[in-house]
Write a protein that binds this ligand. Structure first.
Ligand code: ADP
Ligand code: ZN
Length: 604
């Protein structure tokens, strides 16, 4: 492919357009390869300046009279940020995505077609449309940049189906491609190269080691109280009532856990906000703003929070529940200490995490790798993570982690007073199943402990066979057991009008297997099972914190209904069915099909 310009041009652009005296490690080589017209994969940790790796070649090409650089980016907020920053530097950039009005989109397309744009940012969805591709072919494109390129990996934690189709652009545009990511194992990187059809790309990496972060792992038995341990972590930073300065991010694996932990911390007086994709855009914005403006100094979130967020003074990132892979862990933990000052990254880990993550159905290999990381106490944490992410461990021990400094390892959190036994937990679940609707936590706890019967009559709790079954426990123990069940995704907590409520979680919990539950009656007059498939799909999506359409399109759902597959292979043959979805919920879908097929034969 043709050169875009020279390295001297690149240095000039770095200084004149971006105002930096010199390249950072990694940048120089990435830019050099791209301006020479070669493909490049750039693997640099967040904050090291990946954007310049394509923005400089783009401007070099422009100075030599070439066309527009097209940048595929997965996050609208990120695109808009970049575009406005570039405008500030006099660069002609624009973005095409679903939040633009039709007029704005037409303006942008016209500007592109007139050759007036230096950079054009697009969402992967748009890049996948045939119409847009034809426009690219007809227009003048100098190069292609694929940001967050790991989203192409089906097994990665940020899989975006539309990324899979970006490889098709290669055949249609004779331009160099720069693929960038902050998170990819050697294997994911190989997948990126393969799927984007990169041609013998230069590979640019820099060490992932972060000199100011102390990685710590704390192992928990099920009866240990993680939130109690979390409070200690937060209190070290005086986040409840100390002077301003410093923030904490607490990651949980599920939305229900986020709600439960937020609730508990708030009740104890921490300035806290909760963030997950189950809340509407307004609520998410409010949470993020509260955190950014220091109104909330603790943010409890699922992995939905963080891409594109760059706060300097996060002093600790606690994973109260484990993520599904070392990549996801490093990415999220790496949001600590962006200002270069000391910060802690603490991973809470126990058997429950393995169970929850299996349930969330990520890659089992990545999960084993994380388990290995958490459970080994002989390899420096920083080295272990770098080895996984870069394929080689740095030579130096970090001297800060809990392996290098065993004094950081503290006694496990105290056991709680008389926690509920397994049998007790079953009693709670049975009562909730019988109620079949949300109930005030306070009322449920009272009923189960056989208290204040009068006030319960309204809530038809008095007819519960479980009334008084947990007499020997106190309220705290019952509430904590409900917290646990919420953390495990078995029950759902919501804020009701009169206080927090609980209800049994949807079709997706594992303590009640599909068989244990009563068969819902088949929809009368219709034999379609699409509504049931849809419900299962939504429940799974909620659990994975993705949009239902990321699991399957409506027409695939209808396809399953039509095909009524009985084996995984038949399921795979349903048009539009994705392998990741088969892995995530294939068995569940087959069980559904089978159940409804049977109930139809037997009749209602
Ligand atoms: P990434 O995409 O890798 O997270 P960015 O591209 O957003 O990182 O850059 C992070 C910060 O580093 C930005 O504020 C940018 O201005 C700055 N930066 C990038 N390259 C250089 C450089 N060569 N010299 C000084 N600062 C730089
Ligand atoms: Zn270490």
């Amino acid at each position: 492919m043709a050169r875009l310009g020279s390295q001297a041009d690149a240095t000039a652009v770095l200084r004149e357009v971006f105002g930096h005296p010199r390249f950072r490690p990694g940048q120089r080589d990435a830019v050099k390869a791209a301006v020479a017209g070669r493909d490049v994969v750039v693997l640099l940790p967040t904050g090291r300046g990946k954007s310049l790796c394509y923005q400089i070649p783009a401007m070099v090409a422009r100075r030599r009279g070439r066309g527009t650089a097209v940048v595929v980016s997965p996050l609208i907020a990120l695109m808009d940020d970049q575009v406005s920053q570039l405008h500030g530097k006099g660069v002609k950039a624009a973005a095409l995505h679903s939040h633009r009005t039709p007029e704005q989109r037409i303006d942008t397309i016209e500007a592109f077609e007139a050759g007036a744009l230096d950079l054009l940012y697009v969402s992967p969805e748009r890049a996948a449309t045939e119409e847009f591709r034809q426009r690219l072919e007809a227009g003048d494109v100098s190069m292609l940049a694929i940001d967050e390129a790991h989203c192409i990996s089906q097994w990665g934690h940020d899989f975006r189906p539309d990324y899979m189709r970006l490889g098709e652009l290669r055949g249609r545009l004779e331009v160099p491609i720069v693929a960038l990511t902050a998170t990819a194992t050697p294997r994911t990187l190989a997948e990126v190269v393969d799927r984007l059809r990169l041609h013998e790309p230069d590979r640019i990496t820099a060490s992932f080691a972060r000199k100011n972060l102390a990685f710590v792992v704390r192992c928990f038995e099920p009866e240990h109280d993680r939130v109690h341990a979390l409070r200690h972590e937060l209190d070290r930073l005086k986040l409840r009532d100390g002077p301003l300065g410093g923030r904490a991010i607490v990651y949980c694996a599920t939305r229900d856990a986020v709600d439960a932990v937020t609730h508990r911390l708030r009740a104890e007086g921490y300035p806290v906000a909760g963030y997950h994709a189950g809340r509407d855009a307004k609520a998410r914005d409010r949470a993020q703003r509260a955190f950014e403006t220091n109104k909330a100094r603790v943010l409890v979130a699922t992995s939905a929070f963080g891409m594109g967020v760059d706060l300097p003074d996060v002093r600790v990132v606690v994973h109260l529940q484990s993520p599904g892979s070392p990549e996801a862990y490093y990415q999220e933990a790496g949001r600590a200490g962006r200002d270069g000052k000391a910060a802690r990254c603490v991973l809470y880990f126990g058997d429950e995490d393995i169970r929850i993550q299996r349930h969330l159905a990520g890659s089992s290999e990545a999960l084993s790798a994380l388990e290995h990381y958490a459970q080994s106490d002989s390899v420096c944490r920083q080295q272990a993570l770098c080895e996984y992410l870069e394929g080689e461990a740095g030579e130096d021990l970090c001297g800060r982690c809990d392996v290098c400094k065993p004094s950081l390892r503290r006694a496990p959190a105290p056991k709680r007073r008389k926690p509920l036994t397994k049998a007790d937990r079953k009693i709670v679940i049975r009562a909730l199943r019988r109620l079949g609707r949300p109930v005030l936590i306070e009322a449920l706890s009272r009923a189960l402990r056989g208290w204040e019967v009068k006030r319960l009559s309204k809530a038809d709790l008095l007819t519960l066979p479980e009334l008084g079954a947990l007499q020997r426990h106190d309220d705290t123990a019952v509430v904590e057991a409900l917290d646990d069940l919420a953390l495990e995704g078995l029950v759902r907590r919501r804020m009701g009008r009169r206080g927090p409520t609980v209800a049994l979680a949807g079709v997706d919990d594992d303590e009640l297997s599909l068989r244990d539950r009563a068969l819902p009656p088949p929809t009368s007059g219709s034999t379609s099972i699409a509504p049931e498939l849809d419900r299962a799909c939504r429940a799974k999506a909620r659990q994975l914190d993705v949009r239902p359409s990321a699991l399957m399109a409506r027409r695939t759902l209808v396809g399953i209904d039509r095909a009524r597959p009985t084996t995984l292979d038949e399921l795979r043959r349903v048009p539009g069915m994705r392998e990741s979805t088969v892995q995530a919920m294939g068995e569940e879908l087959l069980a559904l099909v089978e159940r409804y097929a049977l109930s139809r034969v037997r009749g209602p």
